[in-house]
Design a binder for this molecule. Structure first.
Ligand code: AMP
Ligand code: ZN
Length: 111
């Protein structure tokens, strides 16, 4: 299994796991871009939201867990959810994940 997020979900690769349930796992990003930087990923391999968008149950699960994780981190002043798609979107790991970024003011637009 070459997908690193599948390996983390399977427990075959170490990660700083914040929470997990039967469907979704939350880890801390190894190279944080903000004081809080989490990644929310489904256990099941799916390449990106471009592929997953029709699976409403999966999308709702991932977004609900992202919201819950932001609340648990105390991001009361706001936060950003980002999911990159493909090369131009800046996606480097081809397994769907939502970034939860917070703990500082985030500029807009992104570079
Ligand atoms: P993206 O560029 O949107 O595909 O995001 C991939 C993210 O995964 C980046 O922010 C990386 O820092 C992060 N990342 C890569 N490998 C690991 C890992 N082993 N554990 C935690 N985060 C990782
Ligand atoms: Zn995967």
């Amino acid at each position: 299994m070459s997908c690193i997020f599948c390996r983390i979900a399977e427990g075959d690769m170490d990660a700083d796991v914040v929470s997990s349930d039967d469907h979704v796992i939350v880890i801390r990003d190894i190279d944080p871009k903000a004081p809080t930087h989490l990644l929310v990923l489904p256990r099941r391999h799916v390449a990106s939201i471009d592929e997953a968008a029709d699976d409403g149950e999966l999308v709702a699960r991932v977004m609900r867990v992202a919201r819950d994780a932001a609340r648990a981190e105390g991001l009361d002043d706001g936060y950003r959810l980002v999911t990159n798609v493909g090369e131009h979107g800046g996606q480097t790991v081809p397994h769907l994940h939502v970034h939860v970024l917070g703990g500082r003011h985030l500029g807009w637009p992104p570079g």
